[in-house]
Design a protein around this ligand. Structure first.
Ligand code: HEC
Ligand code: HEC
Ligand code: HEC
Ligand code: HEC
Ligand code: HEC
Length: 406
């Protein structure tokens, strides 16, 4: 009997170890493929007089919109070297194309169906309509504007040569690609993998968050209001002047946009002890309805205090990361989230002795926004030519002068 019991326990332990081992090496699918983006957008019906669906074609009549779009990361969603490196590192999964090059003719293959229930293993066939030029346009005009053979818009009072179908709320356009769910039996996400929408819902819901979703309609999300600033101009050259939305979509790649969302204050506070000074840095997300930073968990802020002597030699240093930390293996668990929810100030204190030798002469405090962590950049072999981080705040305080100078 004893031998038998030991045998059973051994088998159970081995099975548990094998399960954990498999969880540690299995392919990791961090999001759920939803109906919204499991397939590319159909371009079977192209409304006359349009032909190629290229941005340049739309731009022939809508030059201002085209010029703006060309400055954005949407226009580089395919060519973006960080995306390309990550995509290749991740075995060039088909599903990534459905948001980064969402039109069917932007894709070299057609999706006929799926081999697996989770829809990560599509059945493909070469696409005779594939257009490599269009692929390079990433999130092109038609990705947002073409649905069922019509151009979607919100104005409804224009005289356009192409058919228009009206949306009651422009934010509906954004959610197709800016929402990915992660809920599965084996995941423990607090927010979905790219949690922008859920973060807005949580901010609207608190205080007194009762659990149910606070956002009843996409209109409350406000994406377009903040990311496509309004102005007066005509849609086409010589056309009627209307209130339109600029096609700018500034975000993590734009220092000005990040600065606009972030309020940073450095103040000296009571140390309560002679020979000691304490400085307090307070950061508040005043400009983004979602968390700051938001989007992919790559994005983070780094706060750095540096104390130096008169020669500029480092005496002491303190660093804080405002980041969403996810444990990926063996189970996906949201471990910690130190990013900034809207309107909730966060403070960091830095204290030091003024009587040390050599005496401190300068305190420097800076905040940097990171698009991607250095460790991840190295791991996937992303050989960046553009900087992966930039400064959003910096202040130097001369010591021992009391109070904050610059
Ligand atoms: C041959 C010229 C031409 C081309 C090409 C063209 N448009 Fe237009 N479009 C117009 C005109 C003209 C209007 C109406 C302008 C007005 O009345 O102020 C218009 C209106 C619109 C509207 C507003 C509809 C509404 O009611 O909200 C959208 C959106 C739009 N176009 C998007 C596009 C997109 C996207 C493309 C390319 C796929 C495109 N257009 C190609 C001429 C063109
Ligand atoms: C067809 C899919 C798709 C749609 C629809 C879409 N986006 Fe995006 N968006 C993307 C992708 C993909 C990226 C990232 C591209 C990259 O960095 O390679 C992105 C990036 C962004 C960024 C980040 C800019 C940065 O600097 O990193 C902002 C802001 C943004 N989108 C806002 C919007 C808003 C607002 C809407 C709705 C009007 C919208 N998007 C609709 C796919 C989409
Ligand atoms: C990421 C999604 C997205 C992309 C890409 C995009 N648009 Fe738009 N566009 C919108 C939304 C949303 C609106 C409605 C804005 C509003 O509330 O008026 C709009 C509105 C318009 C309008 C009508 C004026 C207005 O502001 O309502 C025109 C014209 C237009 N777009 C042309 C273009 C052209 C040309 C391109 C490509 C060069 C393009 N769009 C790319 C999302 C997009
Ligand atoms: C009240 C204004 C506001 C609203 C509403 C808002 N945003 Fe933002 N968004 C910002 C600001 C400011 C930033 C730059 C700071 C940051 O990254 O949080 C930003 C950054 C972003 C980024 C950049 C993340 C990255 O990876 O680079 C994305 C994507 C984005 N927003 C998408 C959205 C979407 C989608 C919605 C609607 C569901 C939305 N935003 C609603 C203000 C807003
Ligand atoms: C549901 C739509 C969707 C799918 C599917 C998707 N992405 Fe994205 N991706 C986005 C959006 C939206 C952004 C930008 C906003 C953000 O940071 O969340 C983005 C941003 C990125 C970025 C950051 C780019 C930069 O310039 O910083 C990388 C890298 C990326 N995606 C890789 C991938 C890979 C690899 C896959 C497939 C495994 C994939 N994406 C699938 C929508 C999608």
């Amino acid at each position: 009997m004893a031998v038998n019991r030991r045998g059973i326990i051994t088998v159970l332990v081995l099975a548990a170890l094998a399960f954990l081992g498999w969880r540690l090496v299995r392919p990791l699918n961090i999001f759920i493929v939803s109906d919204a983006f499991e397939r590319p957008i159909s371009t079977r019906e192209v409304p006359a007089p349009l032909q190629t669906l290229s941005a340049a074609e739309c731009g022939g009549c809508h030059p201002d919109f085209y010029a703006e779009w060309r400055t954005t990361i949407h226009s580089r969603a395919w060519t973006d070297p960080y995306f390309q490196t990550d995509w290749q590192f991740d075995n060039e999964q088909q599903i990534c194309r459905n948001c980064h090059t969402p039109l069917d003719r932007q894709q070299p293959d057609r999706v006929l169906g799926f081999r697996d229930r989770e829809k990560w293993d599509p059945v493909l066939e070469p696409n005779p309509d594939f257009d490599a030029g269009l692929q390079h346009e990433g999130v092109t005009c038609a990705a947002c504007h073409l649905r069922a053979g019509k151009i979607v818009g919100v104005l409804g009072n224009t005289r356009s040569p192409h058919p228009v179908s009206l949306l009651d709320d422009p934010n509906q356009v954004c959610v197709r690609c800016h929402v990915v769910e992660g809920d599965r039996w084996d995941t423990f996400f607090r927010f979905p993998p790219c949690g922008t929408v859920a973060e807005i819902e949580a901010s609207i819901a608190s205080p007194g968050f009762s659990g149910e979703l606070a956002v009843q309609s996409t209109a409350e999300l406000g994406c377009v209001a903040c990311h496509m600033p309004a102005m007066e101009r005509s849609l086409v050259e010589g056309g009627e002047v209307r209130t339109v939305r600029q096609h700018l979509w500034r975000g993590g790649h734009d220092p000005q946009m990040v600065k606009r969302g972030l309020k940073v204050i450095l103040q000296e506070t009571e140390s309560g002890r002679p020979g000691r000074r304490v400085f307090r840095l307070t950061l508040t997300n005043v400009g983004a309805a979602h968390y700051l930073p938001t989007g992919t968990p790559d994005r983070h802020l780094v706060v750095r205090f540096r104390l130096m002597d008169a020669e500029g030699r480092l005496l002491a240093e303190q660093e804080h990361r405002l980041v969403r930390t996810v444990l990926w293996r063996p189970f996906i668990v949201d471990l910690r989230d130190t990013r900034l929810p809207r309107w909730q100030p966060r403070s960091y204190d830095f204290g030091f002795s003024t009587t040390g030798s050599p005496p401190p002469a300068v305190l420097q405090v800076d905040v940097h926004y990171y698009l991607v962590a250095e460790s991840r950049r190295k791991r996937i072999g992303y050989d960046n030519t553009e900087p992966t981080h930039f400064e959003v705040f910096k202040q130097r305080v001369g010591l021992p002068a009391k109070g904050v100078g610059s």
